[in-house]
Write a protein that binds this ligand. Structure first.
Ligand code: DGJ
Length: 718
């Protein structure tokens, strides 16, 4: 056994584990940093709830895997049984090993015949990640229902924020009071889901972008998942996460182990921006985080849909190169009988009908134009109308006696079947070997419904999700230079485990900039801008039929990994010229946007939002002032620019081509005084507190503001 109180600390966060027993370790403190001298035996005593009458006698300890035997009467951390026995556990900790900022715990229940292993890691950015594993140590089968890791939060977390959404409107925030009881967000769609809880946040009353204390948890899994927030009347509150298992999905024979997904958690003393900053720093420190400048993409989907034609697509490629694109992605429709979405999935051979000379002429043209070539695939899926389904009907996931209801005319391939896995791997490997492909857009266009192994009929979302991870891992190992985008009918698969093996997420099929403002803002709560695909669409949005000016479409799309999804061959010369200017600006700004700190002002006017990216050395920043409706105030009020260095003087002025303060005031009044190329020079403290007057903007307009340091510590050098 290790020390009785174990202290992990990084970047202003502390986690104190109470390993004094009896039973499993519990979290004595997770929140603002303590120094080692503060971690005294009295710490858990001071915060322990008072034993009350008519409940179990003695102190109740909420461990990482809470148990009834320890007095916890909320939702259990571990649920399972052996034919009705062994359902209640009383684990004893047998080992506590600490290596730098990682802890490994072991525990045993000799009566239930189970072993437990828990890993905890505190990253230098203050991101905690934890997972657990349960092993059966007796003959027979231990049927696991769920294994959920709990992290306690204090009672002052009065509000919860989590996310919901649907196709074309992913990751929309919802706030509720954190009341007594159990709030469970279950995902039963077999993929991460448009409506996944995403980041479950508990915070002090009114926590906001820049203020309040927040504890946030992300369950990193691309199959079934559960995220929970529980508050008991016994004075305990906790967030938890784990995999949602289907009936009979995990049965452990003697010696077999089940491992949970990683559960990520952060504490922020500085509101939601503090949460993002920790996650972004963590993600950027991963060895495989993309570091080469994020290339400007042109994707063919909304330009041509299934109308694949070499001449037309070569023209599109030329137009793409002309505006400065660096990657050309051929979307759905190039293979098998795939002339629409009713057939062909699974037949990963270039269609001789659509591509009589194969893909080589297009790939060659794209490469000659100086762009990378990317290809769309949907490897986990199969159309019943395909050669593959006709040859291997027993490769389709089902409960064994009927096919699941189709969705988009398609079914799911049972990738846990080694033969199906090998076939898909071989086809993808062949495509990547035969063609000069540097990028795959990996799509996944249906929920997993009644998803079982067809032979046994047993539930198989767990096996399928693990098999997909394996497929991606093996493919990346074979083709290390190829980048992969995670798409799932838009943004249905955005989580930190898929991002362990992909380089970009497609945030939504909705590229209407008005809708994208919220989708991108909330997607970026967890992941940084360089991982979020954001495209400039056609003047009339295909998914909402809203008509928006190019400056708004482009000025919001640059706050991500920029792409264009628009038939540029039909765009006007004026649009092409303006779009080229935006592409040039994105290239100039991408290093700032993709390495800087993302900040959001707390704007009280619901018509406006102010998003900024401040360079790590705080000498450069870009702010986007976005209006999505008219304001109740005319003119609107002022806003503080967050995240700047208080003592540095900055030059603040509009950033062309996003410098047009397009609004009524310009037509009927006079210009906004600071909104000129001369701008204003003020220090970061003044800009954060006194702030800038918001411009009068028409709805769905963006004004970009560039903020560059002209002196350090108050002395103007310019
Ligand atoms: C759904 C994706 O989200 C779209 O971008 C596009 O790739 C289509 N699938 C193609 O079928």
């Amino acid at each position: 056994m290790g020390p009785e109180l174990l202290h992990l600390s990084a970047a202003g966060v502390s986690l104190v584990l109470d390993c004094r027993g009896p039973g499993l370790p519990s979290v004595a403190h997770w929140g603002a940093a303590l120094d080692d001298t503060e971690v005294r035996p009295d710490l858990p005593v001071a915060a322990a709830p008072q034993p009350i009458g008519f409940s179990v006698d003695g102190a109740v300890r909420v461990s990482l895997i809470p148990e009834q035997s320890a007095g916890w009467l909320g939702s259990p951390g571990l649920a399972g049984h052996r034919d009705g026995r062994g359902w209640a556990t009383a684990f004893e900790t047998t080992a506590v090993e600490q290596r730098a900022d990682a802890v490994h715990l072991k525990a045993i229940d000799a009566t239930a015949h189970l072993e437990l292993a828990i890993d905890l890691e505190l990253h230098p950015a203050g991101v905690l990640r934890t997972r657990a594993a349960v092993t059966s140590t007796a003959p027979g089968t231990y049927w696991l229902e769920h294994l959920t890791i709990f992290l306690p939060v204090p009672e002052r977390t009065a509000e919860l924020l989590d996310f919901t959404g649907h196709h074309l409107r992913e990751r929309q925030p919802q706030r509720t009071a954190f009341t007594h009881g159990l709030r469970v967000r279950e995902n039963r769609t077999g993929r991460t889901g448009y409506d996944s809880a995403y980041l479950l946040c508990a915070g002090t009353p009114g926590f906001a972008n820049r203020g309040g204390e927040v504890w946030a948890l992300h369950t990193a899994f691309s199959g079934g998942a559960r995220s929970i927030a529980e508050r008991t009347y016994h004075g305990h509150s906790a967030l938890g996460g784990g995999e949602l298992l289907l009936p009979g999905e995990v049965g452990l024979a003697e010696g077999e182990t089940y491992q949970t997904p990683w559960v990520y958690a952060v504490h922020s003393a500085d509101g939601l921006d503090g949460v993002s900053s920790r996650f972004h720093t963590y993600l950027r420190s991963r060895p495989h985080h993309p570091t080469k400048p994020r290339p400007v993409v042109v994707n063919t989907w909304e330009a041509v849909y299934f109308d694949h034609d070499l001449a037309r697509l070569t023209e599109l490629a030329k137009a793409a190169a002309a505006i400065g694109a660096e990657r050309f992605v051929l979307d759905d429709g190039w293979f098998g009988s795939r002339r629409d979405d009713t057939s062909g999935l699974g037949d990963w051979f270039v269609s001789p009908q659509a591509w009589p000379d194969g893909l080589a002429p297009l790939v060659g043209a794209v490469r000659e134009l100086g762009m990378e070539f990317g290809l769309w695939v949907e490897p986990e899926m199969i159309n019943p109308d395909s050669e593959l389904a006709r040859a291997h009907p027993n490769w389709i996931m089902s409960t064994g006696d009927r096919l699941p209801r189709p969705a988009r005319h398609q079914q799911v391939l049972d990738l846990a079947n080694p033969a199906a896995f090998a076939w898909v791997f071989q086809r993808l490997d062949a495509l990547l070997t035969e063609h000069d492909i540097s990028y795959l857009k990996w799509d996944h266009n249906r929920d997993l419904v009644e998803a079982g192994h067809p032979g046994s009929g047993r539930a198989a979302v767990h096996d399928q999700t693990r098999a997909v991870y394996r497929l991606l891992d093996e493919l990346r190992e074979r083709h290390p230079g190829v980048e992969i985008e995670s798409c799932s009918s838009g943004g249905g698969r955005v989580d930190l485990e898929i991002l362990e093996r992909t380089d970009r997420v497609w945030a939504s099929d909705c590229i209407d900039a008005h809708e994208r403002v919220a989708i991108q803002r909330w997607t970026s709560l967890l992941i940084p801008l360089e991982l979020i695909g954001s495209h400039v669409g056609a003047p009339l949005s295909h998914t909402t039929h809203r008509s928006l000016p190019l400056a708004f479409r482009a000025g919001t799309a640059i706050l991500g990994h920029l792409g264009v999804e628009w038939d540029l061959t039909a765009a006007s010369p004026a649009d092409i010229s303006e779009l080229s200017d935006w592409v040039t600006l994105y290239k100039e700004l991408r290093e700032l946007l993709h390495t800087g700190t993302l900040v959001h002002a707390d704007v009280t006017d619901p018509a406006y939002s102010v998003t900024g990216v401040v360079s790590q050395d705080k000498t450069d920043a870009l702010f986007a002032v976005i209006a999505t409706s008219t304001s109740a105030s005319y003119p609107p009020g002022t806003v503080g620019l967050p995240g700047l260095d208080p003592g540095t003087i900055y030059h603040v002025r509009p950033q062309p081509p996003g410098d047009v303060a397009d609004g009524n005031a310009a037509a009927w009044g006079a210009g906004l005084p600071w909104c000129t190329p001369q701008g204003v020079r003020l220090n970061g403290r003044t800009l954060g507190t006194v702030g800038l007057r918001l411009p009068v903007l028409h709805p769905d307009r963006v004004l970009l503001v560039r903020v560059t340091a002209v002196s350090a510590r108050g002395r103007v050098t310019e």
